[in-house]
Ligand binder design. Structure first.
Ligand code: NAI
Length: 212
């Protein structure tokens, strides 16, 4: 299925569909109408139909959606039917917290190694996942499949490290460092995660509510 023309706005909504459908499956719900899904998700039924029509629909007139089928199809759209090996660069508070979180694995995201420059961390394991020194990065990437690099290191070195990782064939970055990566390679994808931006948005809405 060709996904290139689908807007990022639609793609950004897909994980939420996936989460709600997963909850329905946990509750034993086998099928759901777009109206019921709409009530549950607080999204209009027409938005749901429009979103899913981007991928060929999946609904049946008078039946609604088969929850398992839709869940599996959205999972495929999001690439969750494949395993993604992640290395974490920067094994401090955030890097270790990511490595400690077991549920990424349920979605197929497996953290296979952490890297750091602090010799005190060398060989230490987080939930069985080893912390390597950064100078072992080239060898590790040559010997092991790596799909995603999570950057949880200080921002000063993040861009340079990302360039090095691109040179080692890494095509996807989960960037937590507060810096925009300067990557020109069109094949490389970057997802920036900034919790502070989310907090600023929350703060804006708090202020707005106070003033209204
Ligand atoms: P931390 O100080 O606990 O950990 C940073 C780790 O990176 C340390 O272990 C340090 O030895 C290592 N490091 C330093 N230079 C390195 C290099 N060149 N290569 C590999 N590792 C290196 O800091 P924390 O709290 O874990 O934060 C890490 C980064 O994530 C910071 O840049 C911080 O600003 C950012 N951050 C981003 C958030 C977000 O929402 N995007 C939230 C929290 C932190």
């Amino acid at each position: 299925m060709e996904q290139k023309d689908i807007s990022q706005a639609v793609i950004r909504r897909m994980p939420r569909y996936y989460r709600f459908l997963g909850e329905l499956l946990d509750e034993g719900v086998e099928r759901i109408s777009s109206n019921d899904l709409s009530n549950r998700m607080q999204v209009t039924a027409s938005q749901i139909r429009q979103d899913l029509n981007n991928f060929g629909g999946f609904g049946q007139q008078g039946y609604g959606y088969n929850v398992q089928f839709l869940y599996d199809e959205i999972g495929k759209i999001l690439g969750l039917n494949e395993k993604h090996n992640i290395i974490v660069i920067g094994a401090g508070n955030l890097g270790q917290a990511l490595a400690n979180y077991v549920k990424f694995e349920k979605l197929g995201f497996v953290i296979t190694a952490l890297f750091d420059v602090n010799p005190e961390l060398k060989g230490k394991k987080i939930r069985g996942i080893e912390i390597h020194m950064l100078d072992e990065l080239d060898e590790y990437c040559k010997d092991n499949p790596v799909d995603i690099a999570a950057l949880t290191m200080p921002k000063a070195e993040a861009d340079l490290t990302a360039q090095r990782l691109v040179g080692l064939g890494i095509k996807a970055f989960w960037n937590f460092a507060h810096v925009d990566l300067n990557i020109s390679d069109q094949d490389v994808v970057v997802e920036n995660v900034h919790l502070s931006e989310s907090l600023m948005q929350l703060s804006y809405n708090i202020v707005k509510n106070k003033n209204s």
